[in-house]
Design a protein. Structure first.
Ligand code: VGL
Ligand code: ZN
Length: 193
């Protein structure tokens, strides 16, 4: 980690973990490594962001309204809460996304802080140049957030033990990681950073 680093934890919410409405296989295995990473970033005085999928009850993102997913992460529901064992240090900036009823908004860069500031604006204001990313799901929101981060000129490291994917088609997550690497992302384990 350098002085201009920040950590982004993507969508580690109950609905994406075993027992949830859109469970990622072994999704909860990211909780421990990411909690450890969060402690290290905050201990080093570096900024911490956590995004959450935060959908209205009626959205074109859900099957019943033309989308591809069962209802999940509905605003204010238990499924939308962060996993109870995820250690989010005080000062973590929460980024909500997927709030528009007409868009999938997989990327955390389409989300914003409570006051409306976008993730990109928050990172720029803090002078962040290197974003470390982990969370759920590798093949959707992590992929999309990482590609957007690279497009906005950030250096990006994906935490390989801190991500897990949906794999609707077997291999989707591996292909997503390859795509991120081709676009310029680096891969590392939490212990190696
Ligand atoms: C996500 C599918 C639907 C994600 C969100 O957070 O990766 N995946 N909504
Ligand atoms: Zn969603």
């Amino acid at each position: 980690m350098e002085r201009d680093s920040a950590l982004l934890i993507v969508d580690v919410q109950n609905d994406f973990c075993p027992g949830g409405a859109l469970a990622v296989p072994e999704g909860d295995r990211v909780v421990e490594p990411l909690s450890r990473a969060a402690e290290r970033f905050v201990g080093a005085g570096l900024p911490m962001f956590a995004s959450r999928d935060w959908h209205p009850a009626v959205t074109g993102h859900f099957k019943d309204y033309g989308g591809m997913w069962p209802p999940h992460c509905v605003q204010g529901s238990r499924g939308a809460e962060f996993h109870p064992a995820l250690g989010l240090p005080p000062g973590t900036v929460i980024i909500s996304k997927g709030t528009a009823p007409d868009s999938d908004s997989y990327s955390a860069f389409e989300g914003s802080r409570e006051d409306g500031a976008t993730l990109g604006a928050c990172l720029a204001a803090l002078g962040v140049g290197h974003l470390y990313v982990g969370g759920l799901a590798t093949d959707y929101c992590v992929r999309s957030s990482v590609l957007d981060a690279l497009k906005s000129g950030l250096k990006v490291t994906v935490l390989t033990d801190g991500v897990a994917g949906v794999d609707l088609k077997p291999g989707d997550s591996d292909r997503a990681l390859e795509e991120m690497v081709r676009a310029g992302a680096q891969l590392a384990t939490v212990d190696a950073i």
